[in-house]
Design a protein around this ligand. Structure first.
Ligand code: ATP
Ligand code: MG
Length: 269
């Protein structure tokens, strides 16, 4: 297939930019971490089974909210492609320049840029992580699989969020973000303590340039077409679980249960 051919050419470059890393796994035990104003139990990893998670879902389906909850509970780093791009835009990098144009019109950043950006992030991570927003195309999915296989770190759970369309447009309109951290607020159900200000840093919140009804429509259409292909691609592997609900509060407990079932609960206090 064409995308596979494209990808193979990319990886055969001499002095390839992906270097395998081998990080010995050490069992981490339960830690109690401080998050905001609450102490929460935080489970790192159980019995040597690393969490290598991918979160899929339409724009506005709550990927950011779910990933920060999973991050807090299970103490794993999140790699969010959208957040990384927005940070590049804020820093005025070359990638940021390209991304700003694409994001504003609801289009995607080219695969080769995304693949390089995210695999670089993964090189710095150890055994556990959650990917949000990448891969988004089959080209990206094949590239990711290939690179993860090289270091024996293949994905072991794909979390697919299914939220009715009528719910998500309102969410998008009410959404404000803190770009440096990726923290997301919603004026109707998760407002900041002070309007327009991040609770933790006191810095300004901003509206995303693509959170408007016109761009949202394009993002949604694009997402539908591509997600079908991605779901088909991953369904063969038996690691895909779909969670349905109208709100993130409704969906999160289902995800947590699934994670505890698959990755262990032994240490939770
Ligand atoms: P959400 O509303 O849940 O954040 P989203 O998928 O619309 O969902 P982001 O994941 O933050 O939002 O991505 C924002 C934009 O960044 C996308 O519309 C796209 O332009 C670009 N982008 C992010 N990830 C990728 C990717 N893997 N490939 C190409 N473009 C990407
Ligand atoms: Mg997001």
């Amino acid at each position: 297939m064409h995308f596979i051919k494209n990808y193979r050419i990319l990886t055969k470059q001499p002095g390839g930019w992906f270097k395998p890393i081998h990080v010995p796994f050490t069992r981490m035990s339960l830690s109690r971490s401080f998050h905001g104003s609450n102490f929460v139990n935080s489970l790192s990893v159980k019995d040597g089974l690393p969490m290598r998670l991918l979160l899929l879902g339409s724009p506005g389906s709550g990927k950011g909210t779910q990933s920060s909850r999973i991050q807090k509970k299970f103490n794993i780093p999140v790699i969010s492609s959208g957040d990384i791009l927005r940070q590049n835009i804020a820093r005025g990098t070359k990638i940021g320049e390209i991304a700003a144009k694409e994001i504003e019109r609801g289009a995607y950043v080219p695969d080769d840029i995304m693949i390089e950006l995210i695999t670089k992030e993964l090189q710095n991570k150890q055994q556990n992580w959650l990917l949000d927003g990448f891969p988004r195309t089959i080209n990206q999915a094949v590239a990711l699989d290939d690179r993860l296989a090289m270091t024996d770190r293949s994905l072991n759970l794909i979390i697919n969020l299914s939220v009715p369309e009528e719910v998500i447009l309102q969410r998008i309109m009410d959404r404000w973000v803190h770009v440096p951290s990726g923290r997301v607020y919603n004026l109707s159900y998760n407002p900041p303590k002070i309007n327009g200000i991040d609770d933790i840093t006191g810095e300004q919140l901003t509206k995303r340039s693509d959170d408007n009804p016109e761009t949202f429509k394009i993002r949604l259409q694009k997402h539908k077409a591509l997600t079908e292909l991605l779901l088909e691609y991953y369904a063969k592997r038996n690691i895909l679980v779909t969670f349905c609900g109208r709100t993130s509060d409704e969906i999160y407990p289902q995800i947590e249960r699934e994670l505890l079932k698959r990755f262990g609960s032994g240490n939770l206090g």
